[in-house]
Design a protein around this ligand. Structure first.
Ligand SMILES: [Zn+2]
Ligand SMILES: [Zn+2]
Length: 420
């Protein structure tokens, strides 16, 4: 992994280039042009030093790089992980490419292999790593976060075991979206997706749709999805299964925000004892959400079951969270995937306890997720090609980010080698 502290590797007065193994020097590679975030909505395309190829690592010519919500958060806020960037930092964490050189100790890879890039490097030593949950490593180094260069470069170096091989039949644009598919696999693990379940998904962006594709590949009995944007609803309806040729999602609904119950709150009513109505604004909001979801369940013929088995909240909107808890059946699992504000004002306490829901979170992916995602793609049980709606050369990276910001696309891909 490329670190911003690259200067630390300038040992004995030798430049990085001089320290590279002969196999790398012999390649005569072009400059490592990269996309750096400078400040809000300001990026810079310029070469960064080619990282040193260590004995356990592979040097990858990056072919495609997906853009996702967390990249956009950095791009629009001019910071990463909630912190302003210090030095300009290379963006990107969803990428795939071709092995150009292998370190002296690498037996698993050869030049020419097609690989995905696992963007998180766990420490392997902390309590969470030792407990088998490397995705919540306390000191994980994650591409595009403070101090760690991302994948929006022409070349990238990483430990060979973090570069799972992909079949050469997988197109590059699709390969650049393997990371979100790996997240979809982790969502499946955390939500405990099993055959013959009913699933509701809130948010029809890339992660919501990929989750639908994974649930479908796992033989979900019925998938319902929601989005606030009509264009996303229409797109979700058009997303077809490579297995059946029919839409993956059985019912897609456009859903509006809940009425603003707080607007009508008066301080007097609750304190002067004149009203016996102990209903809080939160209670009212939940009741509206419950009414809406009851109507939906009636419409799709699941009213008898009282709800769906699994709820995936992939929008981060507070109202979706309430709708999600309301549509979850007794004993079901509610998984929070979407990132919104740091906290919401409403937690539907009674519904969560009475229904005995498992309310869970998920972050990133675990060790088996990339291999599973790649295998599912190779076997043709998921198809993410339809989700890729725009492609840009790296020389037009700014246009790519602005296209995502405009909100009319699903997945946007940058082609890292297409630079002047
Ligand atoms: Zn991402
Ligand atoms: Zn760790």
């Amino acid at each position: 992994m490329t670190h911003i502290d690259d200067h630390a590797t300038h040992q004995h007065g030798k430049s990085l280039q001089q320290q590279q193994p002969d196999s790398v020097k012999a390649l005569g590679l072009p400059p490592n042009t990269s996309c750096l975030l400078v400040q809000t909505r300001t990026i810079l395309l310029e070469p960064v030093p080619l990282p040193l190829l260590k004995p356990d690592s592979v040097l990858v010519r990056v072919m495609a790089n997906g853009i996702c919500g967390s990249d956009m958060h950095s791009y629009l806020s001019g910071g990463v992980g909630g912190r302003p960037i210090g030095a300009p930092s290379v963006m990107g964490h969803e990428a795939a490419g071709i092995v150009e050189a292998v370190g002296a100790d690498v037996m698993s890879h050869v030049v020419g292999d097609h690989v995905a890039i696992e963007p998180g490097l766990p420490c392997r030593k902390c309590v969470n790593c030792k407990g088998g949950r490397m995705n919540i490593c306390t000191t994980i180094r994650y591409c595009g976060t403070p101090g760690v260069h991302g994948t929006l470069s022409r070349f990238y170096v990483l430990p060979a075991d973090m570069a799972p091989k992909i079949p050469k039949t997988v197109p590059w644009d699709v390969a650049g979206s393997i990371q979100p598919l790996a997240i979809g696999v982790q969502i499946g693990k955390r939500a405990d997706l099993r055959a013959h379940q009913t699933v509701a998904i809130f948010g029809c962006g890339p992660i919501g749709l990929i989750t639908a594709a994974v649930a479908h590949a796992y033989s979900a009995r019925r998938i319902i999805a929601f989005d606030i944007k009509p264009s996303r609803v229409e797109f979700a309806k058009s997303y077809k299964s490579p297995l059946t040729g029919k839409p993956i999602i059985d019912h897609v609904f456009q859903i509006d925000s809940l009425p603003d119950v707080f607007k009508h709150e008066t301080n007097g009513a609750a304190t002067n004892g004149a009203s016996l109505d102990h209903t809080t604004p939160g209670d009212k909001a939940y009741m509206v959400a419950q009414e809406r979801m009851d109507a939906i369940l009636q419409e799709v013929g699941l009213a008898d079951e009282g709800g769906v088995d699994r709820v995936i909240e992939a929008s981060g909107a507070q109202d979706s969270m309430l709708h999600g808890v309301a549509v979850c059946n007794d004993g079901g699992v509610y998984l929070q995937v979407g990132l919104g504000h740091i906290q919401t004002n409403i937690f539907p306490t009674i519904a969560v306890t009475n229904k005995e829901l498992d309310v869970r979170g998920i972050t990133r992916y675990t060790a088996s997720c990339f291999p599973m995602a790649i295998e599912m793609l190779g076997r043709g049980v998921v198809d993410i090609a339809p989700l890729i709606t725009s492609r840009f050369p790296m020389s037009r990276a700014k246009d790519a980010f602005e296209t995502v910001a405009a909100g009319n696309d699903i997945k946007v891909i940058i082609r890292n080698q297409e630079v002047e």
